[in-house]
Ligand binder design. Sequence first.
Ligand SMILES: Nc1nc2c(ncn2[C@@H]2O[C@H](COP(=O)(O)OP(=O)(O)OP(=O)(O)O)[C@@H](O)[C@H]2O)c(=O)[nH]1
Ligand SMILES: [Mg+2]
Length: 441
Amino acid sequence: MFDSFSSKISGIFERLRKSGGLKESDVDDALRAIRIALLEADVSLDVARKFIAEVKEKAIGQNVIKSISPAQMVVKIVHDHLVELLGKSTPLKDNQKPYKIMLVGLQGAGKTTTAAKLAKFFSKKNKKVVMASTDIYRPAAIEQLKVLSRRVSGAVFAQSDEKSVEKICKFALKAVKSESADTLILDTAGRLHIDDVKMMELQEIQQDVNPDEIILVVDIMTGQDAFNIAKKFSEALPISGLILTRVDGDARGGVALSMRALTGCEIKFLCTGEQLDEIEFFDAERIAGKLLDMGDIVSFVEKAQENFTKEEAEETAKRLQAGIFTFDDLAVQMEKMSKIGGLKMILKMLPQSKQLEDMLSASGVSDKTVGRNIAIIRSMTKKEKTNYKLINGARKKRIAAGSGTTIQEVNKLIKQYESTLDVLKKIRKSSMNKMMSMIGR
Ligand SMILES: Nc1nc2c(ncn2[C@@H]2O[C@H](COP(=O)(O)OP(=O)(O)OP(=O)(O)O)[C@@H](O)[C@H]2O)c(=O)[nH]1
Ligand SMILES: [Mg+2]
């Protein structure tokens, strides 16, 4: 569903990221492009406008810490806003027994298929499921659910000869009791239009069954109509959540994006095909991550925010500017970088990463050796750390023994440190400050 929206939006961020130094106009351009992508995905104009305005306000007010490029920050802000827009759903209360779910919706929305999918979903969670249908109107509708129920191992279809909705409900509740079932899934009849008669029948079922969830099944292909359907049903029944079906097509992703904002209804599941396991629990975080396809950046920014303070960053930058880079500095850099997910990931994400990669490969720092190298540095004396030329053969032996490493490893680290100093000297005059601020903070 989200494929084209997702690829558009990641394209926008890709360009933003490549632009390196970021001007406000770059952010503006990106936000404009995101707005268009939202509208193309069928997000309503109001929702798209509000979304962009909020992201912009947050982006401008944000204290961007320097380890993060502004582009990364924008990705993070957009991500968080997407999560908010999609809306987190409350966890299922399926620990209570019996847990009764009633499915409602317009004709052809996918209720019966979804009933079977849910039965399978809960069966897989080792719940004993009873399925029943009150659709006495469409010929073979009850049979349809019965046939589907055979494909759900362990589920019981409450087969009754009753012809009234009320009696079918009673029969279903009895089956739940006699089977000592955990879950009841009750399918109801769909109608072409929302009318009072239909709503009254549903209200009566609600009173008879007293369900824990009344879930509205909405076909996402109905587009903007989906909002009206949700509103109308909510007016008549205490809808506890939505299940969106036909989320397998590419278009109309905007319905999912704007549903929460426009109706206040929680989305509980997405159905992505006709097969019984094509249903997934609605997880706003995961969907936002998928939409942006930039989960790595989002978690990087989070970790960086946790691990680096602005003051620390400024201090490091000052020292580097003055040409000071001791073994302690190296240890701090290595430690911080390993904390925020390893060098490779950082390099992948930073602008100007080619230059940085050269520098780091010259310094020979790799994720694997970080722990051992830090141990070596900890075994050095204060003087050794600031003046590596003091480290002679005897000292190397002591350091190796103290850190549980070998003299070769100590030599290697010193060599790496030397070449880092060399590289630092070379690039200091140009854009060093900027670049080091990126790995350092
Ligand atoms: N592609 C796709 N098709 C679906 C999905 N869910 C249901 N369908 C199909 O949609 C058609 C209608 O589904 P039903 O489950 O019978 O819909 P209903 O709401 O029970 O219909 P009525 O009982 O007539 O109101 C069937 O052909 C299903 O296979 C979905 O998520 N994706
Ligand atoms: Mg049906």
